[in-house]
Design a protein around this ligand. Structure first.
Ligand code: ATP
Length: 215
């Protein structure tokens, strides 16, 4: 379904979010107080406006409450970031995602009603760390401080063996949720599924067990 997104703050992060949403076929209103930032994105999104988002009347005039999702991507000006998040929620916007600088900032955003808080630098650092220390990790989603969903290239040791033979749950404390094999995907593979060379395993595992995986 085509959705309407409001992106406020067109730094590197906000611009990337806006361009990607637009490329995925969604309507995007991109807003920044800096005319150069607006100009740079104008041809690539549905609408763009140069305005200070701290101005409540401007937000109302743009009918922001009708958007499905707003992303507050202002970084340095923490005060503006919090104020704008608060106003958007007050105006009835259903889902507001706000970018936080620190854990404390994130807690304030939570209190003023942000539906989702993201820490792009922290998240990227976490991904990179896992990518560097764990064998063959391609992608990583933290479910809780203890558990993650991870995509790994199948370790050579697993190739040509069935899942039941490998006993991954007992050996490594992990469950295979799916296997990506070229363009094919095997969802919830059974015990008789044979792992092939270059299979991508989508696993759920305890973070502390990931380091024990073979290469
Ligand atoms: P990134 O890391 O994504 O490049 P950043 O975290 O350094 O960005 P800033 O540069 O502080 O974030 O802000 C991103 C954008 O938000 C800037 O282009 C800035 O002009 C815009 N911005 C800041 N305050 C407002 C505001 N009150 N209304 C609209 N835009 C704003």
């Amino acid at each position: 379904m085509r959705k309407q997104f409001l992106v406020i703050g067109l730094g590197r992060f906000g611009t990337s979010v806006a361009l990607n949403l637009s490329a995925l076929g969604h309507e995007v209103l991109a807003m920044d107080k800096n005319p150069h930032a607006v100009q740079a994105i104008a041809d690539s999104v549905t609408h763009s406006v140069q305005a200070d988002a701290r101005d409540e009347e401007t937000l109302k005039a743009l009918g922001v409450r009708n958007f499905d999702v707003a992303i507050v991507a202002i970084g340095d000006d923490i005060q503006a970031n919090i104020l704008i998040t608060l106003m958007l929620k007050d105006m009835g916007l259903k889902y507001v995602v706000a970018k936080a600088q620190t854990a404390l900032h994130g807690r304030v955003l939570e209190k003023v009603g942000a539906d989702r808080i993201i820490y792009p630098e922290k998240d990227m650092g976490l991904r990179l760390a896992h990518n560097l220390v764990t064998a063959n990790v391609m992608d990583f989603i933290e479910l809780s401080p203890d558990y993650s969903v991870v995509e790994i290239v199948s370790p050579l040791k697993f190739v040509d063996k069935t899942l039941s033979k490998l006993e991954l749950r007992n050996q490594y404390g992990l469950s295979v949720m799916a296997i990506r094999r070229g363009s094919q995907i095997v969802v919830a593979p059974g015990g008789d599924e044979v792992i092939r060379d270059k299979d991508i395993l989508v696993i759920i595992a305890k973070n502390e067990d990931l380091a024990d995986l073979p290469d």
